[in-house]
Design a protein around this ligand. Sequence first.
Ligand SMILES: [Cu+2]
Length: 332
Amino acid sequence: MALRRRELLRLGLAGGAASLLPLSWRALAAEPGDAGGSHEGSHRLPLPEARSGYGGTADPPAGLGPHALDALLRPPPVSTEGDRSHAIELWISEQPVHVAFDTTFSAWTYNRTVPGPVLRARQGDALTVRFRNLGSHPHNVHFHGRHDVSQDGWQQVPAGGEETYRLRAEPFGVHPYHCHALPVSEHVARGLYGTLIVDPPGGRPPAHEFVLVLCGFDLDGDGHNELYAWNGVAGFFARHPIKVPVGELVRLYVLNMVANDPVASFHLHAETFDVYRSGTRLTPDEHSDVVTLAQTERAILEFRLPRRGRYMFHPHQIHMAERGAMGWFAAI
Ligand SMILES: [Cu+2]
């Protein structure tokens, strides 16, 4: 939607959009004060009341247990020697998804989740991606990384259509895939993206591995995100900390797939980490406690938590943290 929220308010149309929002986020969307909106380009809705001692405002949907996001959080195992080809099924489902307590989002998904499934291969493996568009709009799937340009995936696949992409997994690293149908901004904002991990020859050292994809959700269609989430569910890792053993190597595959915001980041409290930008080299690019990522930028982060305790993580674009992207590691 091209109109900004303030313009909708002027036109008296905002009530209609706001009425589509679930109760917990309706109050803030209907707020006419439009705090922070005095500067073009920095439009921010007022925050709902903080619901936790550290300032988070979003709870996950009721009934989601601590393992509900395991399929997106824990990458598939490193593929074993032998078969160097992978048959991958990706299909479109246009459907509501639960992104926070009492809050649904009209998503377009790969395989019913936002983000889509985590794929994994070794460098040089052959990927045969069967893509089926079961939605009502044109879609496709485009992989980042290196591949035959004829398999680049930007061509639209009509509703009901099917396409097969043949790629080699390279270079090693962590790469996003996403829909590239027009307008790409909407197809990404609706949730059509996911992660491809490509392991280097010989693999990486053993570690406790996790994938964290930062998502943004424009709940009222005004071109601004009202909610943010790691792996698609706001407040999930605040409610369910990621447990890791004290002193053991932790490896994160972190991707920024947020549309509508120019930049995001990952920040860890109380410990620092090695940063491998895009994961395409085996020596760290930097050592820090924050890594900044523009849209589709990604990094592999490695650290050990030296003593028991809860270590907070969040984007250091604080509005994202306050609106759902807070989380914890629990070193036990
Ligand atoms: Cu699409």
